[in-house]
Ligand binder design. Structure first.
Ligand code: 2P0
Length: 326
């Protein structure tokens, strides 16, 4: 009988970023990273291996993706088949639960959900660490989406040693993110290609790796002390250093839009006025504000002259992956 397995994985936002690989095949990062898993944005994916199928069939939001347009996912299914001995093609149905056109749909939640549903459907019963290692082969940031709360991905030096584990979950103190969703423009360069260019051409890359190690140690302490200001300060500086790498690449690139800079300025002004909030940015124009829930109203009010209310989405810390068999 064909077994269908459904997995739900939440996206995560890095507070100390992953930006560069030392092994592209094994997806080993140059440095470790720390993230916060969010409750608001997630991917739900079902997988069934069925010998009656001729090829893998992949549906995104009920639309069948034409063969050849989902090679990253079919290659990942090949990896699951290789690990499990399963030989049948798979039917995959996946849906991203993010606000329409938020641009926050992420390979992190996507590959974490596919790893969990796919491995179980293929007959594997992986431990959380093994699942994190498998998700890593799909997309680096997916390594962390296996877990909830604050999560650290240990860079490691080979396939066995590069995995994530929870740093703090559940989180019993007041920290959240507000995503500022900006007009989507065409991404100048994918994350995968952007980070590869940076590693190959930025003269500052070795300084990044050095400061990232320092940031990891400081971030672990800040999380342990439940110190919002320290978490925010370290995350903000780390994010801007990541973007400085992009500006220092050859050829240079960046993910900012004019609205990105407006949102950053609003956060800086709020802070100058005594509201403890900080920003971080990933490989896109959206700004994520790190703050306490008690400051939500003040932050919303400050953004109101510049952005519509529906461009601001409050996200709380979210849970780790869940797997169910249909
Ligand atoms: C992160 N980002 O740590 C960093 C910060 C974006 C900025 O991981 O090539 O989709 O699939 O491993 O994970 C986005 O890149 O790249 C990312 P691949 P991924 O969250």
């Amino acid at each position: 009988m064909v077994k269908t397995v459904i997995a739900k994985a939440h996206t995560n936002i890095a507070l100390v970023k992953y930006w560069g690989k030392k092994d592209a095949r094994l997806m080993l990062p140059q440095n470790g990273s720390i993230s916060l898993t969010l409750d608001h944005f997630y991917t739900q994916t079902s997988v069934a291996f069925d010998p009656k199928l001729k090829n893998d069939q992949i549906y995104f939001d009920d639309h069948l993706i034409p063969a050849g347009k989902a090679t990253r996912m079919t290659k990942f299914l090949d990896l699951i088949r290789q690990q499990s001995g399963q030989t049948a093609p798979a039917i995959v149905k996946t849906a991203n639960h993010v606000p329409t056109s938020a641009g926050l749909a992420s390979s992190a939640s996507g590959f974490a959900a596919l790893a969990a549903a796919g491995s179980r459907a293929a007959g594997l019963n992986l431990s959380p660490t093994e699942l994190s290692r498998l998700a890593r082969r799909g997309s680096g940031s997916a390594t962390r989406s296996v877990f909830g709360g604050f999560v650290e991905w240990h860079a490691g030096h080979d396939d066995a040693s590069s995995y994530a584990e929870p740093l703090q979950d559940p989180i019993d103190w007041d920290i959240q993110m507000i995503a500022v969703v900006l007009q989507a423009t065409k991404k100048p360069i994918s994350s995968t290609a952007g980070m590869a260019r940076v590693v190959a051409t930025s003269p500052y890359y070795s300084a990044w790796v050095k400061t990232a190690h320092r940031d990891l140690a400081r971030m672990r302490k800040a999380i342990l002390k439940k110190d919002l200001n320290a978490v925010g300060r370290i995350a903000e500086t780390n994010a801007m250093r990541m973007h400085a790498l992009n500006l220092s690449a050859d050829p240079a690139f960046n993910y900012f839009t004019p609205d990105t800079l407006t949102a950053i300025k609003v956060v800086q002004d709020l802070r100058a006025n005594g509201i403890n909030c900080y920003y971080t940015l990933d490989a896109g124009p959206n700004v994520k504000i790190i703050c306490a829930s008690t400051d939500t109203a003040a932050i919303m009010a400050a953004f109101k002259p510049y952005f519509a209310a529906d461009q601001l989405i409050v996200a709380k810390p979210g849970p780790g992956i869940t797997i169910t068999e249909a």
